[in-house]
Design a protein around this ligand. Structure first.
Ligand code: BEZ
Ligand code: FE
Length: 672
């Protein structure tokens, strides 16, 4: 991947310019009560209070704090600071002969205050209630006849910013997340801006780290230090400070592709501001990552993740933030036009902008796909330039070929597969001979499959993939019995069998008495549950592997009694090798692995209103428990198959020792 662009890639940033914007900041909890002193400090006697709609209790409190200083109030601030609204407020200001502005609210209220200051030169005190950060930037964006006009002037900077943590404490989670990610975007883009400098870097990294620390706590219901969940720090104070620092980054360094994307999506397609920032940021970062390697590494470190773009996507998703442009109401047919608008003008950005690249970025964001980790995109972070040919644009070309797949899930899966396969080839410098060998192996694995032999499942089992998929599908309900792989020896429709029967069909082995219970939600016994069982014989073979056997043996279908109980006789299962006379057996032999499974009894349990449980009980003390060749053993499924002598529970005569196993299965409720 080319690392074109201007990121000097020197953390030292040996030469730089830095301009600080003057501002007096009062930060803390309860600082709003000092507003009167601040007005007097600025020589104000008649305040025009600008207030947002959603903070009525705080406004009332501020009014009473201001007391006789309050001359008038204007509550009509609107998004994008329309000039008509400013004119109206100007009328109120003049009529009240105000000599000081106090603004309490989010970005819109701050914008109005700045617009009034620009026209009147009155001093401003701003009390932010969200994390927009515009109170510390010299930038004002106004709309006139539907057109946006941006002014950058020190005249719009407030004299004082009062950050009172209590003002944002009650901000709803959704707004908190989008507002905080909006702020995060300023910090992120400042780190790869042409104006980057060490002061801005420090502020940006601090803002990123605080945001990453605070958001999960707030999403988890942490309301502040009093709630005791955050180890003594206040996540709301973290976010407010991050907003201030990130706003300072925005005021001190030029922004890149991300801000341009959000500007176009908001301005030309009417998408909501903070939500759009939240959806776009991980994708804009992924796009820029190849040309901003050090910035991405520092962001990843501050976020506490391996990879910045995918790590940020995960953070946003985990706190319930929006992740798709589709959900924000953008039409898929608008994507090409949006890409053209974004690429139309050139502006500073670490990576060159191409219409196709931006359209692909937007398509990922539209579908809500997780950006592939940089390591898979071929974005290397270190090391001297090697002689390795660069395959990343080839990978991107292949990935882009799926851009129009109609099913987003299919697109996600096949795209991710290609990324991983290409990365596998590159990381291992795969030779043509090795790849040919792999293709031959897969060909033979397919060719040996028949109605009674499923070598591809064996491959999946022995590589542990079956157990990973099983874990993902079935281990989300705490308290439910863990599942285990189905294996190839289950046969549909096993013989219906009465409780207490012996399913061994007279085959030799140590008699085994099984006594289990099936419970559902709230440990309610599940009567009438269907329980299929199957197991190997004493030599480790299933009936289907023994063509001379007459009919099904060591497999049955039972129903639990009204107490959810099931009892039956069989024989103690033995360890056995999975079929190892094919390519999978050859693979195991080639890597020095044995083909054995630990001894176990299979269960498949179904009951209305519950998730079907497919699992196995393993014989404690049995062989191969810690090296089961299909990785099916779980601690909670290893049980005592206790040795017994003498009378049996149902009075059956048994000569010599027998075994018994007891277990309680807990089924998860069926979420659907
Ligand atoms: C089994 O337990 O029956 C089994 C599971 C996976 C592969 C082979 C056998
Ligand atoms: Fe088995």
């Amino acid at each position: 991947m080319a690392t074109e662009g201007f990121e000097a890639e020197s953390l030292e940033r040996a030469s730089f310019e830095y301009a600080a914007h003057p501002a007096r900041v009062l930060f803390g909890s309860g600082t709003a009560s000092r507003v009167g002193d601040e007005v007097r400090r600025l020589g104000g006697t008649r305040v025009l209070l600008l207030a947002g709609h959603s903070v009525s209790a705080a406004v009332e409190h501020l009014c009473s704090t201001l007391g006789p200083l309050l001359a008038a109030r204007f509550d009509g601030a609107a998004m994008h600071t329309p000039v008509e609204v400013t004119e109206k407020a100007l009328g109120v200001l003049r009529e009240a002969q105000a000599d000081c502005l106090v603004a309490l609210g989010g970005g819109s209220t701050t914008g109005l205050s700045k617009a009034l200051a620009l026209r009147t030169d009155l001093p401003q005190i701003i009390l932010p209630t969200t994390y927009a950060g515009s109170e510390v930037t010299p930038v004002l964006g106004e709309t006139s006849d539907g057109r946006k006009v941006t002014t950058s002037s020190a005249a719009v900077l407030p004299e004082t910013v009062i950050y009172d943590v209590e003002l944002s404490r009650g901000l709803p989670l959704g707004l908190t997340v989008t507002s905080a990610v909006n702020a995060l975007a300023h910090a992120v883009e400042a780190l790869y801006s042409p104006q980057a400098n060490p002061i801005i870097d420090s502020l940006a990294l601090d803002a990123i780290a605080r945001t990453a620390r605070a958001l999960p706590l707030i999403a988890g219901g942490d309301t502040g230090p009093a709630s005791g969940g955050s180890g003594g720090f206040d996540p709301r104070a973290d976010l407010l400070r991050a907003a201030w620092f990130a706003g300072t980054c925005l005021g001190g360094a030029g922004m890149g592709l991300h801000h341009k994307l959000c500007h176009v999506l908001g301005g030309s397609f009417g998408l909501p501001h903070a939500e759009t920032h939240t959806v776009i940021l991980p994708h804009a970062m992924a796009y820029n990552a190849p040309a901003a390697l050090q910035a991405m590494r520092r962001i990843a470190e501050a976020l506490g993740v391996e990879d910045a773009p995918s790590g940020l996507f995960d953070l946003i998703a985990s706190v319930g933030g929006p992740t798709s442009l589709q959900a924000l109401g953008l039409a898929e047919t608008d994507l090409p036009h949006a890409a053209q608008l974004v690429a139309a003008q050139s502006y500073p950005n670490p990576r060159e902008l191409t219409v196709s690249g931006i359209e692909s970025l937007l398509r990922d964001a539209w579908h809500g796909l997780r950006p592939a980790p940089s390591s898979l995109r071929g974005v290397a972070d270190s090391g001297p330039a090697s002689a390795m040919p660069d395959s990343s644009s080839l990978t991107e070309q292949v990935v882009a070929s799926f851009d129009h797949a109609p099913d987003p899930r299919v697109r996600q899966l096949i795209t991710s597969l290609v990324w991983h396969l290409h990365a596998f080839a590159v990381e291992n410098e795969l030779t043509q001979g090795e790849w040919q060998h792999a293709i031959d192996f897969l060909t033979r694995t397919g060719q040996i499959c028949s109605d009674t032999r499923q070598e591809l499942v064996l491959l999946s089992d022995t590589l542990g993939v079956s157990s990973v998929v099983d874990l993902l599908a079935n281990s989300r309900t705490p308290g439910a019995t863990p599942s285990a792989v189905l294996g190839p020896f289950y046969v549909e429709g096993p013989p219906e069998t009465q409780q207490g029967a012996d399913i061994s069909g007279g085959l030799p082995g140590i008699p085994l008495w099984t006594d289990v219970r099936v419970l559902g939600a709230q440990d309610r016994p599940l009567g009438g549950a269907i329980v299929d069982v199957w197991q190997s014989n004493q030599d480790g073979f299933y009936d289907v592997q023994l063509p001379d056997l007459d009919g099904p043996v060591l497999r049955a279908r039972f129903r639990t009694d009204e107490e959810g109980r099931l009892r039956f006789w069989s024989i103690l299962p033995s360890p056995y090798p999975i079929p190892d006379d094919g390519p999978v057996g050859a693979m195991l032999a080639a890597v020095g692995r044995h083909p054995y499974r630990a001894p176990h009894l299979h269960f498949m349990i179904s009951a209305p209103g519950h998730r079907r449980l497919v699992t196995q009980l393993f014989v404690a003390g049995g062989e191969y428990l810690d090296s089961d060749t299909v990785f099916g053993v779980k601690e909670a499924l290893i049980v005592d198959f206790a040795e017994r002598h003498g009378p049996t529970p149902d009075g059956r005569e048994v000569a010599g020792a027998w075994r018994s196993v007891e277990f309680t299965f807990r089924l998860a409720p069926d979420a659907s």
